[in-house]
Design a protein around this ligand. Sequence first.
Ligand SMILES: [Zn+2]
Length: 215
Amino acid sequence: MSYVIYQEEKQKAIHILNDVKVKLYHRGWFPATSGNLSYKLHNEPLILAVTTSGKDKGTVTHEDVIFVDKDGQPVEFTRMKPSAEVKIHAGIYQKTDARCVVHIHTPNNNFISFVYFLYGKVKIKDMEMIKALDIWEEDAQIEIPIVENYFDLERLAQESVKAVNPEVPAILIKNHGIYAWGRDEFEAKRHVEAFEFMFEYMKNMIIFKGSLDVF
Ligand SMILES: [Zn+2]
């Protein structure tokens, strides 16, 4: 199915991605050109704007964003390559109500994904910051799935998307990073900030207590 992307829609998506990208870059969350972000323009057919591969995310150029379909294929002519992880983004949009997906590699998310990998998930409870995920129940508890970091990107995408639970807006990939999302760019940013806060706290508690039983 062909779909015409209006110039206005494109400019809006580029503006949003650049804005979030630079803000998160200044938190040190896109080291060594790692990580990527995307923004959904259209549902059926799925069209998303996604950051290109191998670019320094602290600067904004005309070649930072491309538009792809549900298979990660560019929908218009471009010399640039989408991020190799674009299929994970596309899969998340197909399984959730996300409008914006953020993927970052940090020492804290790598640590947490590694130490809890054998459990297949990391549980978080008794933290005020859970409210930043719009979960307001008393004694709220969340479980973030953790996926193996398959070398084969096709398999990595399949397993990652399979692990997505629409109730919890993130997945972790072992010793790799987090994918977090939201219904708009503000929510996606708030969610990834909340997760990184909780991971840092947990890492410190694990070291302090000498145990994975943090709560
Ligand atoms: Zn990655």
